[in-house]
Design a protein around this ligand. Structure first.
Ligand code: FAD
Ligand code: NAG
Ligand code: NAG
Ligand code: NAG
Ligand code: NAG
Length: 546
């Protein structure tokens, strides 16, 4: 009864509702070319101009780092040090089609997509370019689950949170146009039982919705690097090809404090930069980069650091521990009439799992980390990649060093997917829901053999979904066999374990962490909105406290 009422509303009222919600969400941004105005304050790491003393040094010009640096520059001098280069050198970063193209590129040590294989044997990637991972991601934009804030260990000023989101959304977030496959997938998920239909909204809450994107409707990528344009150009310097190797500490009788950093340029030459006495070094190098840098700087488990012959500056057993990655489980279908390629804009959300789908062209080389391993069979025409992400997860692993002296050597990372049985049961419910989705009327035209019953009519490539919806054992096996990374890894420097409720590294003065490494759970189905907001928010808080 309730459901049929709901579908009537969906059919009759969408225009009204869209209009209402749209004005609630303010204007967002309008299509425009990627704005590189900030290049006027970008320097090569080899430029001696960069060395000096600043109020703040932000390590990592990524998703959180750019919004943080731009904000602090409103009042203070800021140096951003980013190991990657500028995005203009890789034009494919700037288009929707480039998303998969970049995942296919070889990693030569400088390219924007850094590849790695986790200790779980699963292919994965991270950003290595100004703009960070927001420059290589799938563009889906959401605000955090409203309950997330209460459980984060931080007292939030929710008014400031809203303003911080708006600051980002006005610059780089767009309301996506209609795309055939996305609209179809959204309705299919609704027919499969995910409800209500929330139309267009940026808010993470149960139901189906069209969400925001950092891709505009001309197919241009926007990303965190453009937030640098909102800063004060007179106060802001960005060094690229600048790999931070170490934090420099001053150990006075009173306290241990961070006073600067050592960084190297593309030729391996070493440089230094310092912070003024009331200044800070702020790490925004991400879930993998931030713990790595703390460990390299002698902040971490004492016995572990000693075993690597790293001088211990501060003992903390939790640095690099509690590192999480949400598994991505999926099916691929090859419909008889290939859908037009689309980027993800429609989401289906329950408390336990989040679903979305993308339709993509066929490939001649496997896009690294789109599939769990390089031996995965390749599609021969345009296909739909239908994915499930579990909430949480509860399973976690660690980041440890592979080199104790060189920040360029990627650390070891292991996530231990599904080591906690709750994660596996969430995956099973999510994949069964994909079974329901495939069985909806909406998906009928996408069956290769329409006369066959159930999901038999689909042309799957890669592992087909188990046919028997009550056979949990087969679904559990399916979940383990198809696990890939959702690329939303987080943790390693958790609030309450490594940093305090102001994200200051505990036991050390003038050192903070602002990025995805600080929280043990997912802010939303897609976290980049929260991480960009976090940079803006913390920047304002730091200025207020000073
Ligand atoms: C393929 C892919 C698709 C994704 N899709 C989405 C999506 O659609 N929506 C969404 O919300 N999220 C998505 N994500 C996740 C999201 O992009 C990340 O969670 C988020 O960008 C992480 O932000 P961060 O600031 O913690 O790290 P990053 O943005 O990675 O920033 C860290 C920066 O620090 C730099 N760095 C690291 N070490 C050093 C060092 N020693 N010296 C100097 N610089 C250093 C890095 O080069 C990088 O630029 C995706 C991720 C990937 C990989
Ligand atoms: C920085 O300078 C080095 C030479 O010192 C060069 O190889 C590199 O390409 C330059 N990077 C950028 C982004 O211009
Ligand atoms: C929102 O967060 C709360 C608290 O972590 C969680 O219980 C709930 O399932 C989340 N909701 C969604 C839709 O993810
Ligand atoms: C991709 O698909 C098109 C038709 O959709 C086909 O002509 C082409 O050969 C395919 N390419 C590869 C690499 O399989
Ligand atoms: C489906 O799986 C359940 C649970 O394993 C089993 O009891 C049932 O017989 C299976 N049905 C079919 C048609 O195989």
């Amino acid at each position: 009864m309730e459901k049929s009422t709901m579908s009537v509303i969906v059919l009759v009222l969408p225009l009204f509702v869209l209009h209402l919600q749209y004005s609630e969400v303010h204007s967002l941004s309008k299509n425009h070319p990627h704005d590189f105005s900030y290049l006027k304050f970008v320097y090569n790491a080899s430029d001696p101009e960069l060395e000096g003393t600043y109020d703040y040094i932000v390590v990592g010009g990524g998703t959180s780092g750019c919004s943080l640096a731009a904000t602090l520059s409103e009042k203070y001098s800021v140096l951003v040090l980013e190991r990657g280069t500028i995005p203009t050198e890789y034009p494919n970063l700037l288009t929707t089609d480039g998303f998969v193209y970049n995942l296919q590129q070889e990693d030569n040590g400088q390219t924007p997509v850094q590849r790695f294989v986790s200790g779980d044997g699963i292919d994965n990637v991270r950003g290595r370019v100004l703009g960070g991972t927001s420059m290589i991601n799938a563009g889906v934009y959401a605000r955090a689950n409203i309950s997330f804030y209460k459980q984060s260990g931080i007292e939030w000023d929710m008014d400031l949170v809203k303003k911080a989101y708006k600051w980002i959304e006005d610059t780089i977030v767009f309301r996506p146009n209609w795309q055939q496959w996305q609209a179809l997938a959204g309705h299919g998920l609704f027919q499969a039982g995910i409800s209500p239909h929330n139309r267009f909204s940026l808010n993470h809450k149960p139901g189906i919705r069209l969400t925001g994107s950092t891709f505009d409707n001309h197919g241009t990528r926007h990303a965190a690097d453009e937030l640098l344009n909102n800063g004060n150009a007179n106060n802001l310097r960005v060094g690229v090809d600048a790999t931070v190797e170490n934090i420099i500490f001053l150990n006075s009788r009173r306290a241990l404090s961070a006073v600067g950093v050592v960084y190297s340029d593309a030729k391996g030459q070493s440089h230094q930069a310092f912070v003024h006495s009331k200044g800070e070094v702020i790490l925004s190098a991400g879930t993998i980069g931030t713990p790595q840098l703390l460990l390299l700087s002698g902040v971490g488990p004492e016995s572990y650091l000693s075993s690597l012959k790293i001088k211990v500056n501060h003992d903390n057993p939790y640095v690099g521990q509690y590192v999480y990655d949400n598994p991505r489980n999926f099916v691929n279908i090859l419909p008889p009439k290939p859908p037009k390629p689309s980027y993800v804009t429609e989401l289906g959300i329950t408390d336990d799992f989040y679903q979305c789908s993308i339709s993509m062209s066929n490939y001649s080389t496997p896009p690294f980390s789109l599939f769990p391993s390089p031996s995965y069979p390749l599609p021969t025409s345009t296909f739909a990649h239908i994915v499930n992400k579990i909430s949480g997860p509860l399973s976690y692993g660690y980041v440890t060093l592979r080199s104790s002296i060189d920040a360029r050597v990627a650390p070891n990372v292991k996530f231990n997917y599904f080591s906690n049985p709750t994660d596996l049961s969430h995956c099973v419910s999510g994949m069964k829901n994909i079974g329901n989705f495939l069985r909806t009327n909406n998906l009928k035209p996408y069956r290769a053999h329409p006369h066959l019953p159930g999901i038999d009519g689909f042309n799957f490539f890669g592992k087909p979904l188990p046919k028997n919806q009550s056979d949990d054992a087969s679904f559990e096996k399916f979940c383990r066999d198809t696990v890939a990374s959702y690329w939303h890894y987080h943790g390693g420097c958790l609030v309450g374990k490594v940093v305090d409720d102001r994200l200051r590294v505990m036991g050390i003065d003038s050192l903070r962490v602002v990025d995805a490494s600080t929280f043990p759970s997912m802010p939303a189905s897609h976290p980049q909105g929260f991480y960009m907001m976090l940079g803006r928010y913390m920047g304002i808080k730091i200025m207020q406290d000073r």
